[in-house]
Design a protein around this ligand. Structure first.
Ligand SMILES: [Zn+2]
Length: 260
């Protein structure tokens, strides 16, 4: 990238002025955002809100992946989409919206599931991955490839009135340490099966995007190896520390690979 590209233009300074004015967030932090490459896995209730907030905030390159088309029943909570979008691909419609919101950023969209074939090439070069997908198979794969390439991961989920959020970074415990695969791989937590209040995924997406800004702009990791639980009935939030699991197949595999 050319040196000039790193600096914010006058138009960008104007667009982000309320953020740059903020105590504890300066031009330096804003330029770090501009340089950041992130991948958003899933463009549903969590992904579409996270993507929009980070596009508005000024994350320089956003890659979206989702294989689904927009359905009427998505509109209750997936705030990027309208009645006119039904039947179109989520990742494409979301990319178009992000580009309309912020013409200064780059957006790339993929109409696929994240799978064994594309995961490495999509994840390896990212500065941060944000997972908001709707199934355990993809979550384990994202976790595995992020660990393999040492790419930080912020994972958010929402179902019913409940939400969860945590970060995997560096040598921290991973998703599989927290949720051992054999116990969860056959479970489903899709909203299609269980129901979700309109606000729940949007609360979790806002927290996920917020954490992404803290990390990308200020190198802060408040939820590294910590699980944030949000209860939408009592409005209570709890943060629990969790430990690296000695028997975690994913962490063991990655330390073996590094030793080799
Ligand atoms: Zn692990």
């Amino acid at each position: 990238m050319l040196e000039n590209d790193l600096e914010l233009t006058e138009s960008e300074m104007h667009l982000y002025s309320r953020q740059i004015l903020l105590d504890g967030w300066d031009i330096d932090a804003q330029e770090k955002l501009k340089l950041a490459n992130i991948l958003i896995v899933g463009c549903g209730g969590i992904g579409c809100t996270t993507a929009e907030l980070l596009a508005r905030a000024g994350v320089g390159k956003i890659t979206l992946i989702d294989a689904d088309t927009i359905e009427i029943s998505n509109l209750q909570r997936q705030i990027a989409y309208t009645q006119q979008d039904v039947g179109f691909y989520k990742s494409e419609m979301l990319a178009k919206r992000l580009q309309q919101i912020n013409p200064f950023i780059q957006v790339e969209s993929h109409i696929h599931q994240l799978d064994e074939l594309n995961a490495q090439s999509l994840i390896a070069q990212q500065d941060l991955v944000l997972d908001g997908c709707d199934n355990f198979t993809t979550r384990y794969l994202v976790n595995q490839v992020c660990t393999q390439f040492n790419v930080p991961l912020i994972s958010a989920s929402a179902i019913g009135f409940q939400g969860q959020l945590f970060m995997v970074e560096g040598n921290s415990a991973c998703y599989e340490c927290l949720f051992p695969k054999e116990q969860h791989i056959n479970e489903s937590f899709r909203c299609a099966d269980s129901g979700v209040l309109a606000t729940t995924p949007n609360v979790m997406a806002s927290l996920q995007a917020h954490h992404a800004l803290l990390y990308l702009g200020l190198a802060q990791t408040p939820l590294k190896q910590k699980l944030l639980l949000w209860d939408g009935l009592t409005m209570k939030q709890r943060i629990l520390a969790f430990e690296k699991e000695i028997d975690c197949a994913n962490c063991q595999a990655s330390s073996t690979a590094k030793a080799d």
